[in-house]
Design a binder for this molecule. Structure first.
Ligand code: SF4
Length: 76
């Protein structure tokens, strides 16, 4: 049987440390600070997690590859 996100959070030894590095503004997400699940979810959707975007862009919740490229091509 598959573990729920809440159960995974209880077992994750890195949750607190992950949260310190998470800039995601989607506060109702059940994957917050479960970086492995966050990554799998966004990769499945051809997206990139919030922490790869600067805060001002992240808050728009557009996690697409296109937005990632458009954002960083002018900032690096
Ligand atoms: S980046 Fe996506 S999956 Fe990760 S915490 Fe934010 S909304 Fe959830």
């Amino acid at each position: 049987m598959r573990m729920s996100m809440a159960e995974m959070k209880k077992k994750c030894p890195n949750l607190k440390q992950n949260l310190e590095h998470c800039n995601c503004s989607y506060t109702s997400c059940d994957k917050t600070a479960l970086c492995c699940q966050c990554l799998h979810y966004h990769r499945r959707n051809n997206e990139i997690p919030a922490c790869f975007f600067p805060d001002d862009v992240e808050k728009g919740w557009d996690r697409s590859f296109r937005n990632f490229i458009d954002t960083w091509q002018d900032r690096v």
